[in-house]
Design a protein around this ligand. Sequence first.
Ligand code: GCU
Length: 392
Amino acid sequence: MQNGKAITNVKQWENERRPELLSLFAEHVYGKSRPDGKKLPYKITSVNKNALGGTATRKEVTLYLSEDRSKTLNILIYLPNNTGKKPVPMFMGLNFAGNQAIHPDTGITITKNWTRFENQPGFVNGIAGEGSRGFYASRWAVELIISRGYGLATMYYGDLQADRKDIDSLPESFHAWYYKDKKIKAGDNPWGAIGIWAWGLSRALDYLEEDPDVDAKRVAVVGHSRLGKSALWAAAQDQRFAMAISNNSGEGGAAITRRKFGETIKIINTSFPHWFGARFKEYADKENDLPVDFHEMMALIAPRPLYVASASEDLWADPKGEYLSAYHAGPVFQLYGLKTFTNPQPPAIEQPIQAGIIGYHIRKGKHDITKYDWERYVDFADQQLKAVKPKK
Ligand code: GCU
């Protein structure tokens, strides 16, 4: 505890230290989230039972975020057709460039919201066109996920809050409509974009709880990089997520910030001042004053399965710091009688390791999420979420 009291059992952890850590992360890192009392209204806008060559059912669901329904979160869902038993376990994560970018499937609705991909192929001034379909298909192993009996739900993070520094000066800012709708004040330390993206993951999970084809008790939340930071913060706060996967989430995600290796608090708050709560900036060059470090966020996932992954050339995200965070979360998993990593040295490249319900690997190559990463996540989920085996 902050007062120096040692935590020696699960009850103390759950009743005292866990809530204390959650408020410390909110206060000093991400800004204060606003839990919502009721589920958002939604509409199923399309269902195609013959997607991906007949192997999957594709659904699109619109969640109405704002009361005037002008702000929406559009959930793209693929469900495997070849599984004997329903409901199915799921992977869920936010995407960077719109739902249409995760697969060339022409049935996916193209996002109308601004993206960061200014004039890259398929985008004009950040607005996605037909040519953006499948832009990030390499990051989503849709066929693998489906063939192994899992569903996938993904949403464009820019539906929630545009990823740009000037967002709070724009009328479409999340903060502009949210506090008005809720008739509350933002307060002195409102959530940054990561907190908002994490909130969106929980709202999408609210929907999955309503969907009879989905087993909402077996949803693994996954994210790459800034969306890995968001996935971790979502899973830390929302214990309905059955498992958390951090892919190259780095600073403000899995990496131990006190190592000051690669990206630091000062750098991240300079490049992305809109990601965190205001107080995180106070710790620029003062990492040791921060009352938390990120192994404590990994500990907030306990006793649920946690998988952390790094990439060998992704030094910016500090692979060793990402591993150490999984390692130092150990004492909390041990309170639950679970095994934890015993070696403070990370494993060799592409030698995945696992202790109890904690997994880790370092992939060869750059900052990315690839088929290699997904194969590990699906294998891990096979053990941890007990996937329904597809019918032969
Ligand atoms: C930048 C940023 C990282 C972030 C990454 C990403 O590199 O510095 O903190 O994780 O973008 O989201 O790809």
